[in-house]
Design a binder for this molecule. Structure first.
Ligand code: NAD
Ligand code: TYD
Length: 356
């Protein structure tokens, strides 16, 4: 039996990972620690919430005494750490929140893991693992020159979000190098799929197309992102958690680069088609707006280490993934309404207030 703490399991990627782990490993206890910020939603996990190998704990990773106790209470022997503030635009408005959660929160988890697992000296670390989920944004920005981020690329973050994530990556490595804590890190490209909070490009634009609202394209729409289907990211995390080499970093990406404006046109085509509208109907909604400050031009990940060492590759073609994703948002109108109206907080109260 392994007791795995997943942080941020009520968020977009975390909920896909928790679902995968709970269903695939009935012999594990999966403990989901999440503060339920605006981005965390227990409805994302409705299908597995009553599974015997799953527990939810509401709490803040920055609250060190609480995290410390949690490690003891659940006898945690593995961590997959996803909890974070994750939206670049919000980080530009409120950088402190990003430093607190992404840096101090990570530090608090590292310290708790070190203290609990290291009780019997370094040997106590045997079979334990602290897996830190990070982003390709720590590497900075590429030109349109066909180069890729590799695991050796020098860190060069530009936004408060990526600076905070970079800092947390450094702390994770420092705990490995200084105290011998068994760690592994992955840096992934942009994810898309179901249950993503509709402040990020893809769900926001699908929703706006549906509602005939303007599609705010930053700058000239020429920035490039490398898109990966979220379930493929969850599969990669599972693989690295079980088979990755301790102390290593693995890049995860889809070899799937899209200029924003081209991606937006695919989204329009697909959404119009599924809504039964004539092709190109929603192109008139495209609205160029002021660019994001410090907007990174291009991200592109070289994930060949993960492929060569562990045999991982993306399972879905982009067109298929986008079709599935558009269908999901159009069919889950109520989810969209609830996450944006704050209704899910009431759901939490109803479901958990008398279960303590
Ligand atoms: P998200 O914003 O959808 O979810 C974050 C989750 O963390 C939410 O459930 C939130 O309630 C929780 N959380 C926030 N602050 C917390 C705190 N102080 N204590 C406990 N829980 C807290 O994020 P996501 O897109 O699912 O990203 C998950 C992780 O993956 C992040 O670390 C992010 O940096 C990384 N990542 C994301 C992407 C992407 O494209 N979304 C790509 C690469 C890496
Ligand atoms: P986003 O989904 O916020 O991810 P990230 O900034 O982490 O890559 O944005 C993806 C791209 O889309 C990015 O280049 C910014 C751009 N974008 C827009 O043009 N308009 C929008 O309203 C949003 C949210 C993003």
């Amino acid at each position: 039996m392994r007791n795995i703490l997943v942080t941020g399991g009520a968020g977009f990627i975390g909920s896909h990972l928790v679902r995968l782990l709970v269903n695939k490993y009935p012999g594990y206890n999966i403990v989901n620690l999440d503060k339920l910020t605006y981005a965390g939603n227990l409805e994302n996990l409705r299908d597995i919430e009553n599974s015997p190998n799953y527990s939810f704990v509401k709490g803040d990773i920055c609250d060190y005494p609480f995290v410390e106790k949690l490690f003891g209470r659940y006898r945690i022997d593995g961590v997959v750490h996803l909890a974070a503030e994750s939206h670049v635009d919000r980080s530009i408005v409120d950088p402190f929140a990003f430093a607190n959660t992404n840096v101090m929160g990570t530090l608090s988890l590292l310290q708790a893991a070190k203290n609990h697992w290291g009780k019997g000296g370094k040997e106590g670390f045997g079979n334990k693992l602290f897996y830190h989920v990070s982003t390709d944004e720590v590497y900075g920005s590429l030109e349109n020159d066909g180069t890729f981020f590799t695991e050796q690329t020098r860190y060069d973050p530009h936004s408060p979000y990526s600076a905070a994530k970079a800092s947390s990556d450094h702390f994770v490595r420092a705990y490995h190098d200084t105290y011998g804590l068994p760690i592994v890190i992955s840096n992934c490209s942009n994810n898309y799929g179901s249950y993503q909070f509709p402040e990020k490009l893809i769900p926001l634009f699908i929703n706006n197309i549906k509602q005939n609202k303007p599609l705010p394209v930053y700058g000239k729409g020429e920035n490039v992102r490398d898109w990966l289907f979220v379930e493929d990211h969850a599969r990669a995390i599972d693989l690295i958690f079980h088979k990755g080499r301790v102390g290593e970093t693995y890049n995860i990406g889809g070899f799937n680069e899209w200029k924003n404006i081209d991606l937006i046109k695919v989204l329009i085509e697909c959404t119009d088609k599924q809504l039964g509208r004539a092709p190109g109907t929603s192109e008139r909604l495209i609205t160029y707006v002021k660019d994001r400050a410090g907007h990174d031009l291009r991200y592109a990940i070289d994930s060949s280490k993960l492929h060569d060492e562990l045999g991982w590759s993306p399972s879905l073609q982009f067109e298929e993934g986008i079709e599935k994703t558009v269908k999901w948002y159009l069919e889950n109108e109520e989810w969209l309404e609830r996450v944006t109206s704050g209704e899910y907080q009431k759901y939490y109260q109803q479901m958990y207030s008398d279960r303590k």
